[in-house]
Design a binder for this molecule. Structure first.
Ligand code: FAD
Length: 444
């Protein structure tokens, strides 16, 4: 048995490969934080006979078209960055804005990716109107959001009932399976290959970015919670609300750092609403002075915001450890509990930082352990997932499960979820050729 790498330059090549039913892992831009690409061959266990294929989809010919109804139709290797440029040249913009703009949109469907603009526009599931995918025989199939999800499985009804407890989260501990398009959304390439997507877009409204300097959350998070509560009623005017804590600044260059050992909350505000937001929200904060509110250029914000998780990834690679970070979203009533948990986790004596989609109560707490500290940090996160389970929160709200998070998700998948996964794999992947080591197939 060997691992073989294949790159596809046309859909016809890909169809030929699918028809042969080779067991394969298909990837796009390789930005997933839950797939350890630098250690893939050792962490992608494969006991089957024959070769295993690592399949690169990023070179599939890119194509974009803006439809008269404002929807974007795209195929192949189109990244979020490409789509944003294309749309802006036509007076439109994306409703989803993952921090990593180099990721491909077709892959973003597979991971049910979210991101900064989710605060105003909701999750990607609500923005996909139609998609096409290649099935296990290489046949192209089309799904729309007007069709209901269909399966022969007897588990669907109970599964949907369980899912409803998580309907307000960006992503639940398991995919939605309510509309036909859900077959490909959040199933991480385990049931087919996404080839074409139609998504809603929005007007390219002028936006103003501001940031606020706050005390460190470990010492006093009252100002943070005041902002969190204040922004909730302004999702029409505020497009995103992000946090980088003071520890994140250690991973930026000297001229990029903001504040003096302070946390930073950023707001992306529609320029036409900025005066209202300033007058009715920012100037009314009792715990953050207007003197601590500053404007920042859009490109500088994106550069700094994306620079932190990228730097963390590099630090972990240099230390030779797999990322030990969280992707937890909780309901607004549990946000304080989450911050309290992170406060206690920060006292382990291991380097850490906190950042993320603050307005949605969705934060990434990252340890930067040495090799010796790594196991201890992973155990600590097991304690967190127990809490998240009790809080009815979402353990992995945007990055998915991949390989790295499988051991943590077990508690969230009961008989109903595992039963439906098994039935869907049989129905849509009878030769076990799509990511056979994924969360839908893992034995528990
Ligand atoms: C700095 C940084 C910031 C990030 N910020 C965000 C964020 O704000 N929001 C967010 O959601 N994620 C974020 N991520 C995670 C990552 O960017 C997303 O998970 C993204 O969707 C992965 O896209 P990719 O092209 O890199 O996919 P890959 O890593 O190549 O693949 C990811 C998964 O999708 C499957 N897949 C890929 N292409 C297809 C396809 N065409 N059909 C079916 N399955 C496929 C693969 O099998 C794999 O399971 C961030 C990552 C980094 C490094």
């Amino acid at each position: 048995m060997a691992f073989l790498t294949k790159t596809f330059y046309s859909q016809e090549d890909l169809v030929r490969h699918l028809k042969a039913h080779h067991p394969s892992f298909y990837f796009s831009s390789k930005t997933s934080t839950v797939i350890p690409y630098d250690k893939l061959e050792s962490l992608l266990p494969w006991k089957g006979a024959g070769d295993f294929y690592l399949c690169d989809l990023s070179k599939l010919p890119p194509k974009m078209e803006l439809r008269p109804n404002g929807n974007l139709v795209l195929q192949g290797g189109v990244s979020w960055e490409d789509a944003k440029k294309f749309l802006r040249s036509k007076g439109r913009n994306l409703k989803t804005s993952p921090t990593e703009q180099l990721a491909l949109i077709t892959a973003g469907i597979a991971t049910s990716c979210t991101g900064e603009r989710c605060f105003a526009f909701g999750n990607i599931r609500s923005q996909v109107t139609r998609l096409k995918y290649l099935d296990f025989n290489g046949e192209e199939r089309e799904l729309t959001r007007d069709q209901e999800f269909k399966t022969k499985s007897s588990h669907l009804k109970d599964y949907q009932r369980d899912f409803s407890a998580y309907k307000d989260f960006k992503n639940a501990p398991y995919p939605r399976f309510e509309k036909a398009i859900d077959l490909m959304i959040g199933t991480e390439g385990q049931l087919g290959i996404v080839t074409e997507v139609e998504i809603e877009t929005t007007d390219n409204t002028d936006v103003t970015y501001v940031f606020m300097l706050l005390p460190k959350w470990e010492v006093d998070y009252a100002p943070h919670l005041e902002i969190f509560n204040a922004v909730q009623g302004h999702r029409n005017e505020i497009i995103s609300c992000e946090l980088l804590d003071a520890n994140c600044m250690n991973y930026l260059k000297a001229d990029e750092k903001l504040g003096e050992n302070q946390d930073v909350i950023f707001l992306e505000v529609k320029t036409e609403s900025f005066e209202d937001i300033y007058g009715n929200l920012l100037s009314h904060l009792s715990l953050t002075s207007a003197e601590n509110v500053f404007e920042i250029a859009e490109n500088k914000f994106h550069h700094i915001r994306a620079g932190v998780p990228r730097a963390i990834f590099e630090v972990n690679s240099q230390m030779g450890v797999v990322k030990v970070g969280t992707d937890v979203q909780v309901g607004p009533d549990r946000f304080k509990d989450l911050l309290d948990y992170y406060r206690s986790a920060s006292r382990m004596g291991v380097r850490y930082c906190l950042f993320g989609h603050f307005g949605d109560a969705h934060l990434h707490f990252n340890y930067m352990p040495s090799k010796d500290e790594s196991a201890r940090c992973q155990d600590e996160l097991l304690r967190l997932y127990q809490e998240v389970y009790e809080w009815h929160g979402s353990p992995f709200a945007e990055h998915g499960i991949g390989l790295i998070k499988q051991k943590y998700i077990k508690k969230f998948h009961g008989k109903t979820q595992l039963g439906l996964f098994q039935d869907l794999k049989k129905e849509h992947d009878p030769h076990n050729q799509f990511f056979p080591q994924g969360f839908m197939s893992v034995e528990r």
